[in-house]
Design a protein around this ligand. Structure first.
Ligand code: ATP
Ligand code: HSE
Length: 322
């Protein structure tokens, strides 16, 4: 019998400029979730029956430890899907991905909870079924898909209604190893819900064509590391023009990063983290420049030079010694 499951899930950067709600990449920064079976609920001291949650690491005090916890909600979804009552469980969460910063923290929680529950239940669901549950919970695929299977991915819906889709085609996007993601994480939060509210409901034909052409070029540029293409292809008119007003110093930081060697700078996910893409030779210079420029604007930012994670969610299963 399985005693515990430990799941490691990568952070993700979504959109990459023109790929709003359909393109995302996994990063080498991870949250960890451990799920341990409990014998009976009388041994548990949480307010919620049958679950005890502990959280350590970054922003740990901001995560709820009762049954509203997103990891636990995802855990329960698996048991609903298979028609079983969720077992008593202790969940230990260790956070390295900051909350509400545009690095897919909610996707790590959803994927962690789903993968942990599926393994604890003896793997009744396929990875596709887990992915569909994850997309439905998050509401869009661009963070949860790379968080689950790693790499850079495009998600295409086979259904007419994109956000209600139950059929998805997931395709890998080649990412040239000479393209380095530099992430600049400011010391303020921006909830995805807030950043989605500032977007218009409709777009002009010119804006749609602008994004379509840049998106196509971006895929070629990521594959080939063609700097001239990348400098053009990271532009977007679907979300960034509206969201940048929520991110103090955005224009100045972007220009300074480009002057110091970045191909381009975009809002990571819903923000406020900024993603610069650059070559290995300029990565340190770009990181230092972003931190210094934001500092001049009164914003403290942590800057990380990362790589693309190709593994996605990884788990270890520990069997009951008896
Ligand atoms: N490990 C976790 N455990 C429980 N809840 C979490 C965890 N991580 C994130 N959450 C929940 O998700 C919220 C953040 O989600 P939100 O979509 O606003 O930001 P994000 O996922 O970090 O950014 P983005 O979607 O733009 O990449 C947190 O405020 C918290 O409620
Ligand atoms: N595509 C999403 C990612 C954040 O969850 C957005 O930009 O709102």
């Amino acid at each position: 019998m399985i005693h515990s499951v430990t799941v490691r899930v990568p952070a993700t950067t979504a959109n990459l400029g023109p790929g709003f709600d359909c393109l995302g990449a996994a990063l080498t920064l991870y949250n960890q979730f451990q799920f341990s079976s409990q014998v009976c609920s009388s041994t548990l001291d949480s307010a919620a029956d049958g679950v005890k949650i502990t959280v350590t690491g970054l922003d740990a005090d901001r995560v709820t430890t009762d049954e509203r916890n997103l990891v636990y909600q995802a855990f329960v979804k698996v048991y609903e899907k298979i028609g079983q009552i969720p077992p008593n469980v202790a969940i230990d969460i260790h956070l390295n991905v900051p909350l509400a910063r545009g690095l897919g923290s909610s996707a790590t929680a959803i994927v962690g909870g789903l993968v942990g529950a599926n393994q604890l239940a003896g793997a009744p669901l396929t990875i596709e079924e887990v992915m569909h549950l994850a997309i439905a919970m998050e509401g869009h695929p661009d963070n949860v898909v790379p968080a689950l299977i790693g790499g850079c991915r495009i998600a295409v819906s086979n259904d007419a209604a994109y956000y209600e889709a139950s059929n998805w085609m997931i395709c890998p996007v080649a990412w040239h190893p000479e393209i380095v993601p530099v992430l600049a994480i400011p010391d303020f939060e921006l909830a995805t819900e807030t950043a989605r509210k500032v977007l218009p409901a409709n777009y002009s034909r010119a804006d749609v064509i602008f994004n379509t052409s840049n998106f196509g070029l971006l895929l070629l540029a990521l594959e080939t590391a063609n700097g001239d293409w990348l400098r053009v292809a990271m532009r977007d008119r679907i979300h960034q023009p509206y969201r940048k007003t929520l991110i103090a110093g955005y224009d100045m930081v972007r220009q300074a990063a480009i002057n110091s060697g970045a191909y381009g700078v975009v809002i990571s996910g819903a923000g406020p983290t900024l993603l610069a893409l650059t070559s290995p030779n300029y990565a340190t210079e770009v990181a230092t420049t972003i931190a210094a420029t934001w500092d001049q604007q009164g914003v403290k930012a942590e800057v990380k030079v990362l790589a693309i994670d190709h593994a996605g969610a990884k788990y270890d299963v520990c069997l009951d010694p008896s």
